[in-house]
Design a protein around this ligand. Sequence first.
Ligand code: FBP
Length: 323
Amino acid sequence: MQTLSMALRLNNTPVELINTLQTIALAGKDIDFKLRQGSLGGVLGSAGNQNVQGETQKKLDVISNDLLKKVLLECGSVRAIASEEEETYVEGPKDGSYLVNFDPLDGSSNIDINAMVGTIFSIYPDQSTPLSEASFLQPGNNQVAAGYILYGPSTMLVLTTGQGVQMFTLDPAMGEFILTSDQVKVSEQTQEFAINMSNQRFWAEPMQNYIGDLLAGKEGKRAKNFNMRWVAAMVGDVHRVLCRGGLFTYPWDSREPNKAGKLRLMYEANPMSFLIEQAGGLSWTDSERILSIQPTAIHQRVPVILGSSEEVKQCLKSHGVTI
Ligand code: FBP
C-alpha cells in the first residue's frame, strides 16, 4: 500500500512539489467533505454573483476557490495562483518555487443534481521576476505536474509529474489517498465518444462530418458502431477516457467570433492534455497540439479533441490534419 507522499518520494519528486501536491490533496479532502454534506451543509445553490467568465458562481465554486487559494499561498512552495474564479493571478506572502493554475470545481452545473464534479490543477515552475500575468503564460509543455480530484462515488486523485499517470483513491477511514493504479495507459482504439450533441447545428463542417461518420455506425464508412457519453463535467469525461479509452471533444462553434471553444487552456485543457499524453493518448485543437500552444491570457479558451490516439487522428483527418 502506497500513500500519495510515499509514491511521490519513490518517484524522486522534488520536496517542494510534494508539499504543493500534498496541499492540493488536503484541500481536496475538505472540498470532498463539504460536497458530501450537500444541502445538509447549506452549501448548494448559487452564490448570487458572476465570475470573470460571466458565469453565475455556485456557493461551492467560491468555497472551494477560497480554500485552495488560502492553503496554496500559505504552504510555502507556491509563489502565486491563478483560478477560474479569480480575475487575475494572486501572489502569496512567501517566495515559493511554483505557480499553480486551478479550476476549483469543474462541472459546477452538476453540483445541485448530485452528479460528478472535480478540481483540476496545473503546476508550473516560477521562472520570471518580477511576477506578472506573463509569468503564468507558459506553454503546457512546461508543466511539472498536473491532475484532478474527482468527487464521484469514490474520491480519486489522478496525477502526473511527467513519469506516467497514477490514480489514488481516498480511503475515507484513513483520510489518505492510496495508490490504486500505476502507469495508466489509454487504449489506442475506441468505440466511445463524448460531445455535447445539442450544439451540433453550430459546429463547423469538419466536425459535422466526423460525428456524422460515428453516428452512421457499422453501415457507414467507419464500419463499426460507436456509443456516446456526456458527463457535462470535463473531469468525469476525461476520467472515463483514462479508464477505458474514448474520444472527448468540445469544438468551437459558429456562436463564437474567435473560434475559441468553451474550455479554458490554463486550468482545463493543459492539465488534461498532460495526463492524456502521459497515458499514451493525444490532445489537440482542430489544428495544433495543445501542450505546444503559447498562451496569451490566463482565461484563454481553446477547442479540445483528446483521447485514444487512433481516434483523435481520425477526427483530425476530418479537419484536414494528418499526424
Ligand atoms: P466549469 O464547470 O468549470 O465552468 O467547466 C466547464 C464545463 O462544465 C466542463 O467541465 C464540461 O466539459 C463542459 O463545461 C460542459 O459543457 P455543457 O454545459 O455545454 O455540456
